[in-house]
Design a protein around this ligand. Structure first.
Ligand code: FNR
Length: 353
């Protein structure tokens, strides 16, 4: 009997877990500290209820969105995650092909195991953005920006929730600190050496201002949780924000992203698109985030689970499952377009079910 096809993101996680080295599974799955925020991201969606409208739906709801860095066929993007070659030998090449097939945006991690140029070459037509941890050596940061531009990336996603690298208990216990067997962070190649990725608490708003000067690519700030920072970001010429807590992998006990989304959306007041990542596992989660003010969401682990379970095909299936779930939930909510969701369609439950 062939194994049954996974019918949801959580089933893909189980399938990936079967196939992956347990140490690598833990690297992908784990979070910082007591993993309180990791769990909260998912459980927060469970405390929100959707309140559908009736008798006003359409045959085929509109799912497409347009963002400063390009358009996507659905409001579900691929969040930047490191080390895809640990999940599938084709690594980020497979992920990029899956993103091309599903016509959505893939944010390529600075810590990808395939160089951004090779990711782009492997997936013609893929809509790529490049994620950056600003390196204190600004000359090297600038070479990274030029490489991303030359590879055709549509935006720079600057991750700002990693002034230091969050300690993850699972990796500590497993002694997982380095990439195995010939794998490298290929974007960190500098001549014939590989630089270590530097996480620096000295990175400041001045660096963001500098980035806007050296590139005409839109800058998307990833990892904003405080409404004041959202406003400061707008003052610095940032084109979009991603409300993110790095999937619970940096500071533990920060709030679930969907719980701070309304405050951030209010602070931004429509001046720039606000995206969200963290804990999105179902189409209904996507609708809740959009209703509460997000223009789109991004998924990190779900794509890794698809990749780990079945390579490129698995990543495609995860993204297509989410699309189908979004489509069905929109129809069931009587909503014609992802742009028509509004806060009144979400109720916060007093007691979780
Ligand atoms: C990440 N994330 C991340 N973010 C980033 O800006 N650069 C990176 O290199 C990585 N690497 C990374 C590796 C792994 C294994 C995970 C799980 C996450 C964070 C990622 O972009 C995103 O914020 C979260 O993954 C979103 O949460 P979910 O969808 O995984 O719940």
């Amino acid at each position: 009997n062939p194994a049954p096809e996974p019918a949801g993101v959580r089933e893909f996680e189980a399938a990936a877990r079967e196939r992956l080295d347990p140490v690598h599974y833990d690297y992908f799955a784990g979070g910082a500290g007591d993993e309180i925020t990791l769990r909260a991201n998912e459980s927060a969606f469970g405390r929100l209820a959707l309140l559908p409208r009736v008798l006003r739906g359409v045959e085929k709801p509109e799912l497409g969105i347009t963002l400063p860095g390009g358009s996507a066929s659905m409001p579900v993007l691929v969040a930047p995650t490191a080390f895809h070659c640990l999940a599938d030998p084709e690594g980020e090449r497979a992920t990029a092909r899956a993103a091309a097939t599903t016509e959505t945006i893939m944010i390529v991690s600075l810590a990808s195991t395939v160089a951004v140029e090779d990711v782009a070459a492997a997936a013609p037509g893929a809509r790529l953005w490049f994620q950056l941890f600003v390196q204190p050596d600004m000359a090297f940061t600038e070479t990274l920006v030029r490489r991303a531009e030359a590879a055709g990336c549509g935006a720079l996603v600057v991750t700002v929730d990693a002034p230091v690298f969050g300690t993850r208990g699972r990796d500590e216990r497993n002694g997982f600190h380095d990439l195995p067997g010939g794998l490298r962070c290929e974007n960190m190649r500098d001549g014939d050496r590989i630089r270590p990725i530097v996480f620096s608490p000295a990175i400041s708003w001045d660096h963001i201002a500098r980035l806007t000067e050296i590139t005409s690519l839109p800058i998307v700030l990833k990892g904003v949780l405080h409404p004041s920072d959202a406003r400061t970001a707008l003052d610095h010429g940032v084109s979009a924000l991603i409300v993110s807590n790095h999937g619970g992998r940096q500071l533990d006990t920060v709030p679930a992203t969907v719980d701070v989304l309304p405050e951030i959306a209010a602070a931004v007041g429509g001046a720039a698109p606000v995206l969200l990542d963290g804990g999105v596992r179902r189409g209904t989660d996507v609708l809740k985030a959009l209703a509460l003010g997000a223009s789109a969401v991004a998924v990190g682990r779900p794509v890794v689970w698809g990749l780990g379970a079945d390579g490129e095909r698995g990543a495609v299936r995860v993204l297509e499952l989410l699309r189908a779930e979004v489509e069905e939930a929109l129809a069931l909510c009587g909503v014609a377009s992802v742009h028509d969701l509004e806060p009144g369609m979400v109720r916060r439950l007093r007691r979780p079910w």
